[in-house]
Design a protein around this ligand. Structure first.
Ligand SMILES: Nc1ncnc2c1ncn2[C@@H]1O[C@H](COP(=O)(O)OP(=O)(O)O)[C@@H](O)[C@H]1O
Ligand SMILES: [Mg+2]
Length: 390
């Protein structure tokens, strides 16, 4: 059992990464009276806007990471693709949660799928790709329709593509730079699901049940809770998430992404060792959000309650597509915030990103309702209002 390393309010929480997850973590930390330090490679990041201390440097700059660790009392991350060496340097000075060994597993699609398979769960059929010669036998095994993904560093659908022939696979492998890849069977899933779990330093474990997710162009578009699935599927998904969190000795928050296959099987897709886009609805829909749980866990405190505040909730993402651009990419029209805000029961979150771009997550809207259908309807109506005629 890990020795609990308690960090009381008033101390400084260091976050590696400056994106919207770090921003929402910082908002939650401020509410609990913690100070915030952000280490990011990006100037003017969403997280840094809320921080007390900011270091802008590449994650590979180990002396900058060392300086950061001297200014904070604990380090956690909102972005898992930080080099293990950076996490290790920080760990020489302060506690780092989740532990870098978990990071090591979660950073690589082959490692995480192998780990979940070893834990006795079904995963999307896959084959490692380390050279062009691996493609043909792999495609025979998992194909004919498959998804080729970089083993590391992919996110929001980047670094992957669907392939249905050897030629297409070779082309995609070249496009991905011939690095380590994974070829997965294309799953004609019934639904996409996710489970966010939080685990404290004493082993205390909570989850929010299952979220049902829909993606557009491989990027999350909306999430609802509770999901419209059989109790058996829900139990299986939660068991998978909780088992993985325990096996990996998680301290913090972890999300597993799953496919529900047409034959009713729960297949593991990937894991994220941090708060997750599908868990944003926990801010309004549960007593303690996924962000508050991460803080409580990394600070060695008791976890918060996962009591549901409404029968159902929905979250829709706001992408850069909601802005209108001219041919040079300059913004010619902002979303219609005024119309959207007339949807009084909707909760608007914007991440403070200065430059909208196609494919960029700019914010989200959450709604609570009596049923998942109603919640989703309300959230979608509020989002449509953003495109109301000027
Ligand atoms: N093997 C697959 N079969 C069918 N759809 C897939 C598969 N892999 C990924 N996708 C689609 O692409 C989305 C993003 O892929 P994912 O592996 O989760 O990568 P990312 O790290 O970009 O989130 C998934 O949520 C799903 O909609
Ligand atoms: Mg994903």
């Amino acid at each position: 059992m890990t020795r609990v390393r308690r960090i009381p309010p008033g101390k400084t929480i260091g976050i590696l990464g400056g994106g919207q997850l770090g921003r929402m973590l910082a908002i939650s930390a401020r509410q609990l009276g913690y100070r915030i330090g952000v280490f990011t490679s990006e100037v003017n990041s969403p997280g840094a806007q809320l921080a007390d201390e900011v270091i802008v440097a590449p994650y590979e700059d180990l002396s900058a990471v060392h300086r950061f660790a001297q200014r904070v009392d604990v380090v956690t991350f909102e972005f898992e693709n930080v080099p293990a060496s950076a996490a290790k340097i920080a760990q020489e000075r302060v506690p780092v949660w989740p532990d870098p060994t978990l990071l090591f597993v979660a950073q690589n699609r082959i490692r995480e799928k192998s780990e979940v398979q070893r834990a006795g769960f079904l995963v999307t059929p896959f084959a490692p790709i380390r050279s062009v010669a691996d493609l043909e036998p792999a495609l025979k095994r998992v194909g004919p329709k498959a998804v080729l993904k970089t083993a590391t560093a992919g996110y929001d659908g980047r670094g992957q593509g669907i392939v249905s022939s050897l030629e297409a696979a070779e082309e995609m492998y070249a496009e991905l730079g011939y690095g380590e890849c994974i070829l997965e069977a294309f799953v004609p899933f019934e639904r996409e699901l996710s489970v966010v779990v939080a685990r404290g330093q004493t082993g205390e474990l909570v989850d929010y049940g299952v979220f049902e997710n829909a993606h557009v162009d491989h990027v999350l578009d909306c999430s609802v809770s509770p999901p419209r699935i059989e109790p058996r599927v829900e139990e299986q998904a939660r068991l998978l998430a909780r088992t993985v969190a325990e096996r990996l000795e998680l301290v913090g928050v972890l999300c597993v992404e799953l496919f529900l296959s047409p034959s009713g099987e729960v297949l593991f897709n990937e894991l994220a060792p941090r708060p997750h886009n599908s868990g944003h609805l926990t801010i309004e829909a549960y007593s303690a959000s996924q962000f508050e749980q991460q803080l409580r866990a990394v600070c060695g405190q008791a976890l918060g309650s996962v009591h549901r505040r409404a029968p159902a909730a929905a979250m829709v993402n706001l992408m850069g597509e909601l802005w209108t651009y001219d041919l040079d990419g300059a913004i010619v029209r902002e979303p219609d915030w005024q119309s959207m805000l007339k949807h009084r029961a909707c909760h608007l979150h914007l991440y403070g990103k200065r430059t909208p771009r196609l494919g960029r997550k700019m914010g989200h809207i959450t709604t609570l309702a009596e049923t998942p259908e109603l919640a989703l309807q309300k959230a979608l109506a509020a989002r449509s209002a953003l495109l109301a005629a000027a």
